[in-house]
Design a binder for this molecule. Structure first.
Ligand SMILES: [Ca+2]
Length: 266
């Protein structure tokens, strides 16, 4: 039966559409990283008829930065790419735990109107410090171990709701007083917490460790998208920001390098 295979493929496609199944297509992809080229098998996930724009999901941009020193105010990354006004968004990266906890500042975003427009840091007391338009929220945040974790924060400012994900899984919801927006055009800094516009750092709030594949989207990513980033190293490409060195200013002892794979796949 000549067309049996075509019929079977069409049937599988219909089933996939009906049930939103994940059909995988092995392909060979050639990648170039710096002067090194390699060929490897990749699997393209086709989430047919799902809400996601799968044309837009690719290997995550692989930029890692090392913050080698604790208790200082010199080491930080300042983003030079403009940040848009946001009513929702998602921030993700790989970060390092100190034993059983987080310490220091993941990022702080300041505008002239609100120094703590959006900031996430840890005081070392087992709580996350989440700031939005100068209001702080401090729910418990404890993750076991001494390792690198994947962390995402998504937020809906008009709903007064933020969701934290660890290693791709929902971890914590943070309710907050709704705000109109997070204004664009401010200063985004990784590794130090701003108490004034672009400065006012406190040594006890410095981050030490690596921050890898930091990205910002101006929409809430879905749970499956966040899981794909953490487990599969697949990122929606319509992001506002990644950590390409072209739009960063590195201060102090911060150093960067391009990873070949996501931290959980090395
Ligand atoms: Ca501070």
């Amino acid at each position: 039966m000549k067309n049996f295979q075509d019929v079977a493929v069409a049937f599988l496609f219909m089933i996939s559409v009906a049930f939103c199944l994940d059909v995988t297509t092995p392909q060979t992809e050639v990648t170039t990283e710096g002067s090194v080229s390699d060929t490897r098998e990749v699997v393209i996930h086709n989430h047919i008829a799902c809400a996601r724009d799968d044309e837009n999901i690719k290997e995550c941009p692989q930029y890692s930065y090392d913050f080698p020193r604790r208790y200082q105010t010199q080491d930080y990354i300042r983003v030079t790419k403009p940040i848009p006004t946001m009513i929702f968004g998602t921030v993700c990266s790989w970060v390092d735990l100190v034993p059983g906890n987080m310490a220091g500042t993941w990022f702080s975003y300041a505008t002239t109107e609100h120094i703590n427009s959006l900031a996430v840091f840890w005081q070392g007391d087992g709580k996350i410090d989440f700031q939005i338009n100068d209001h702080g929220y401090y729910p418990p945040f404890r993750v076991a171990g001494n390792r690198t974790i994947h962390l995402c924060l998504s937020f809906w400012v008009a709903d007064g709701r933020a969701r934290v994900y660890v290693d791709g899984e929902f971890f914590l919801q943070i309710p907050f007083d709704p705000v109109d927006s997070i204004k664009g055009g401010g200063i985004l800094i990784l590794g130090q917490e701003q108490d004034s516009y672009g400065g006012g750092f406190n040594a006890s709030q410095a981050y030490s460790g690596s921050i890898s594949n930091f990205m910002l989207w101006d929409r809430p990513l879905t749970d499956p998208e966040i899981l794909d980033i953490a487990r599969e190293c697949k990122c929606p490409q319509n992001h506002v920001l990644d950590l390409n060195h072209k739009h960063l200013y590195l201060n102090g002892a911060v150093s960067g390098n391009v990873l070949r794979k996501c931290p959980n796949m090395e």
